[in-house]
Every structure is written in structure tokens, then in C-alpha cells.
Design a protein around this ligand. Sequence first.
Ligand code: IPM
Ligand code: MG
Length: 372
Amino acid sequence: MAKHRIAWLPGDGVGVDVMEAAKLVLDKLGLDAEYVHGDIGWEFWCAEGDAFPARTIELLKHVDAALFGAITSKPVKAAAAELTPALRDKGLSYRSPIVRMRQMFDLYICLRPCKAYPKNPLNYKEGIDLVVFRENTEDLYAGVEFSPVPKELADQLARLAKPFASFAGLAPNDYAISCKINTQRGSERIIRAAFEYARKFRRKKVTVVHKANVVRATDGLFLEAARAVAADYAEIELDDANIDAMTMWLLKNPFNYDVLVAPNLYGDIISDLCAQMVGGLGFGCSGNIGEKLAVFEPTHGSAPKYAGQHKVNPIATILAAKMMLEWLGEVEMATSVESAVADVLVDGRVRTYDMGGSDSTLDMARAIAAGL
Ligand code: IPM
Ligand code: MG
């Protein structure tokens, strides 16, 4: 029996291309693993009305980790229009499989390291080394949304809201509500994960990203939780900033920051900004980590227009595979993958289109594998 059992979830679009590239690297390493393919993606939504079928959910209950490519997602109405005729009037509503997966398996940590590898032509500045901890299960992603707004809720809000509220007296279809829900437990555990990481890797500072001056209840809770958790980590500085100011300061001086921790949506935003500073879509890698299962992925989407062209940069997925190796306890292998990626970037001969070159997805993977 293989040492590790890994769910292999290419998804669709360029997800398929970048996963092939990652596989080439893992095979070269000789990882002792069984890879089990899982159906997930747009074609399963169209044909079965579910982009994340029950059989794939079942598979994830019996693996040590998963590597996931990318999935096309579309707004609710556009998605419904692409269902096969037999499914069209069933009232199915598309919901992002990765968001469902994070919640269903309680993958509460979204870990996004953003490191500028030397000589990457896409670096915003050399030497950036940021790590984002994004809460991954709640906040505005809680999935509690109303459109149209039910009458009982509208009546309740009419009683609670200020008389000048923009929605006062509106018809149910003239507004919509998405709830931001943040729990004490959910906030504490992601903040603790960020501090534990900082301690383990001797990072100096954890910056909490919020908007507690305006979104007082939920972000206030998050900030207070950070203050309480930080008390257990006297050697690490606690810093905090509003999300809006943070985007400016990060660009102005990324070296003032180290580990960042944020509720779900701000973490989504800030991690894209950080990824862009170290090379953009081709370099953003991500781990969705829970107590029992972890799912690793590039943060980019499925880029349908590039599907099957073997054009996109696989480094994000190869770095996600490196994170997966760490989670599996294969630290030496992880280190060699990272060095091989770093060497290819310093060498500079192989470059995908995003880096100004014309090498293919697999050319890049082969160059990395050759350095292992
Ligand atoms: C990400 C993505 C997802 C998210 C989308 C695809 C649902 O942007 O992983 O950052 O919003 O979390
Ligand atoms: Mg995102």
C-alpha cells in the first residue's frame, strides 16, 4: 500500500493543464502515493446539476490530502442556463465547489505564502516574503443570503434599521442581503494558527486586517480575539490595520509586514494583492487546511480561454504541491521542489507567457523536474 493517499482534482479549464505539470514534478520526486481521481468541475454542474458530486465528497473523506486545479464558476443565472434541459426547472443554484469544500470539511485555514523568488521578472520588489492567513469558513462567505428578502426578515429589519436606511420600505425584490457571520471560535482558531506559524518560523509580527471602525460587531469581535490570542505569544508583535489602508501600505512598503491574518473576504482580497507583488496568477499558491484534511490549489481560476493550450504558468500549482508535501510530512521533498523552482527562476531561460516568454506549461514543469 502506498504511503499517502491523495485525491487528484484537476477540475476544468487550465486546471487540467497545471495538474498535469504538477504530476510530472511529483513523479520525478518519486513520492510514494496513490492518486485517486475525483470528478469536480463545470461539466458536472451542466450534466448532473452538481459541480462537486457526492462521490467526490465521499472520496475526500478517505484521503490524506488533495491537490485541486481550478473550476469555472459563473453567476447564479448564467450557471442555471447551462444545465441540461432535464435539470433546468429543478431550482438548482450554483455554489462554488471550493467554498463548499472548505466549509464541509472545516478547512478553516487558508494559508497563502507570497514570496518573491529572486530574479522572477514579475516581482514587484525583490525580497518580499509575506504569509497570509485567511479565515476560510465564515464571514461574508457564510452562505446566508436573501434575494428576494423574506417578509419576516424585512419587517424585523424595518424595526431595527435607522429611518434613513436606504432599504427602508423597499419591496422584497428591490434589495438583497448577504450576512457576514463571524464566530468567536472561528476567529480565535485562525488567529492562533497565524501566531503558531509565526512562532514556528520565527516571524516577528502578525498584522490583523479588519474594518473594525465601521463593521464594529463582526470585525470588532475578530480584532478583540486577536488581542486575546496575542497575549499567549509575547515574543511576536501584534499589529492591526484597516483593510483599505492596508492595501495602500502594503504597496508602499511591503517590508513592514510579515504574517497577515484576516477574516474571509478581506483575506481573499489581500491575498490577491500579495500574490500580485510576487508574480501574480502564476505564483499564488494556497492551502485549505483543517484538522484532518487539507486541500492545496493554485489561487488562480480556470481561465477557460487558455484551456488546453498548455500555456499557463504551472508554478502556482507546483508550489501548492510543495505545500502539500509539507502537510504530508515530506519536508525534504518540499524543500527540493522549492529550490528547483527558485533555480529555474534564477536561471531565467524557461519562461511562460505571463513572464514574457513562450515556453509551455509542460516545458516549465520539465525544467523544474530536471532540477530535482
Ligand atoms: C480564492 C477564490 C475563491 C474565493 C473563488 C473562486 C470562490 O477567489 O480562492 O481566493 O473567493 O475564495
Ligand atoms: Mg480569491
